[in-house]
Design a binder for this molecule. Structure first.
Ligand code: GLU
Length: 467
């Protein structure tokens, strides 16, 4: 069997939005799964809307998602000579022809068709006039007048389009530039693309593209048109539903693995499995289980998946993704061992990397600022003795381990007849400034003996200053 070749052809008129990322993913996964090829093509022929910033933003987001390409990026705008060559071929074999009708004439034809209750369209006037190329001529495809063009869609099943409702559409403008459908077909054809998964907003173009393939005597690729992603109110997902760009999800502290896991599930299923690693997806992805009905984007589900992906990764793997978020908070995490320890204590309790970075703040600070309420309750003359005792005990430790810390706590509990919480909370506030943190022992171990003692001493001093 010939290798599967898929593609992602974004138009660079903005960031990579999550619907586009999902399309890229389906094509990438299918190529990976079948050991085929995934090609990236930038469809930048609309010069007014395409920007280099947006090309870069799309490349950056794909890279962040871990969607790599085997070929490209190709730029459609640089392929005009190839488009022109194919248009000439179509004219030469009689499948296309030059048309000199003016826009006004075409408008009149459309009005006339409408008046007879037909679809407004070009009436084929120049079809058999055998015109030569002129300054104002366009090239039109000679489309069949009868019959149907059937898109054998792997997602939607067979979708039939009446040929009588398709006019001889334009392939090339009078300035020599190719129209969209021609450029897409020629690019897909010359790049060997044989499988096209894309949003169903493109289904309307597919019969036209099929007619171009047929006119070129070329095999039509396999098409799968996936339903659009919807917002919570079931309308097409848009800005008013929240963040749209992949970059925003990156900034919000999502892991790429969680984003791809979530996006794939918005249109594909494997039984009732929800959690997938990247490798899992590559192994299990198939075209048979692409969904026919549109799914709604659900931020809570994405968040829950993100938490699971955070928990499933090693501190070493998470560190690379967490570092930019720590940097955003001006926290410098140069000591890898320390940072891995920090991550280990926070991963089980963080839904996002932003949350994790914020919760990590106390680890990296030289001086701890106490939350007013926490300090009023737990840093008082009454708790000062506990803090002093624990600092003394910890300072005297030769081996600083969970077991030795536990012994110190036990001793203070025995001496003071207080419960664990009454001992742990003042220490927690001294160490973190707040009453919420990872488990006390794991946290003290990560922080190390010196910093722990230093912070407890600082809290004692603070209490004394308040008196
Ligand atoms: N450039 C088109 C878009 O960004 C994609 C065209 C296609 O998939 O055929 O929507």
């Amino acid at each position: 069997m010939e290798p599967i070749i898929t593609r992602f052809p974004p138009s660079p008129s903005g960031y990579l939005h999550i619907g586009g990322a999902r399309t890229a993913l389906f094509n990438w996964l299918y190529a990976k799964k079948t050991k085929g090829k995934f090609i990236l093509r930038i469809e930048d022929t609309d010069a007014a809307r395409s920007t280099t910033e947006s090309v870069q933003a799309i490349l950056d987001s794909l890279e962040w998602l871990g969607i790599d390409w085997d070929e490209g990026p190709y730029f459609q705008s640089q392929r005009a000579p190839i488009h022109a060559e194919y248009i000439e071929k179509l004219v030469a074999c009689g499948a296309a022809y030059y048309c000199s009708c003016t826009p006004d004439e075409v408008d009149a034809m459309r009005e006339a068709a409408k008046a007879c209750g037909k679809k407004p369209m070009y009436n084929g006037k120049c079809r058999d006039r055998h015109l030569e190329k002129g300054p104002d001529t366009v090239v039109r495809l000679r489309t069949p007048d009868t019959g149907v063009t059937v898109v054998e869609d792997i997602v939607k099943g067979n979708v039939a389009f009446q040929n009588a409702e398709m006019d001889d559409f334009i392939l090339q403008r009078s300035d020599g530039s190719a129209m969209y459908n021609l450029a897409v077909v020629v690019d897909d054809l010359t790049m060997g693309i044989n499988t096209i998964i894309r949003g169903d907003d493109h289904l309307i173009n597919t019969p036209k593209q099929m007619l171009i393939y047929q006119a070129l005597n070329a095999a039509v690729p396999v098409f799968g048109h996936v339903p659009m992603v919807l917002g919570s109110d079931k309308s097409r997902l848009s800005k008013r539903h929240g963040a749209m760009s992949v970059g925003e999800y990156q900034k919000m502290g999502f892991l790429p693995d969680a984003v791809i896991n979530y996006l794939v599930r918005l249109g594909w299923s494997h039984g009732d499995q929800e959690f997938f690693t990247r490798q899992d997806l590559i192994e299990k992805f198939d075209l048979e289980h692409l969904g026919r009905s549109a799914s709604m984007f659900d931020m809570d589900k994405l968040m829950a998946l993100n938490a699971r992906h955070i928990q499933s990764k090693s501190p070493e793997d998470l560190a690379a993704f967490l570092l930019p978020h720590l940097q955003d908070l001006q926290l410098t995490a140069e000591d890898n061992v320390f940072t891995h320890g920090v991550i280990q204590t926070l991963a089980p309790r963080s839904k996002t990397l932003v949350e994790m970075a914020q919760a990590a703040r106390f680890y990296y600070q030289d001086t701890i600022e106490f939350d007013e309420k926490a300090a009023a309750k737990f840093l008082t003359p009454d708790t000062m003795g506990i803090l002093q005792h624990s600092a003394k005990g910890i300072r005297a430790l030769d081996t600083y381990t969970e077991a030795s810390l536990e012994d110190i706590f036990k001793k203070i509990m025995d001496d003071s007849k207080l419960g664990f919480g009454k001992i742990a909370q003042p220490i927690r506030v001294a160490i973190t400034g707040t009453t919420v943190s990872p488990g006390i022992f794991e946290m003290l171990l990560v922080l190390g003996k010196e910093k722990t003692v230093c912070r407890i001493d600082a809290a004692v001093k603070w209490i004394q200053e308040q008196a």
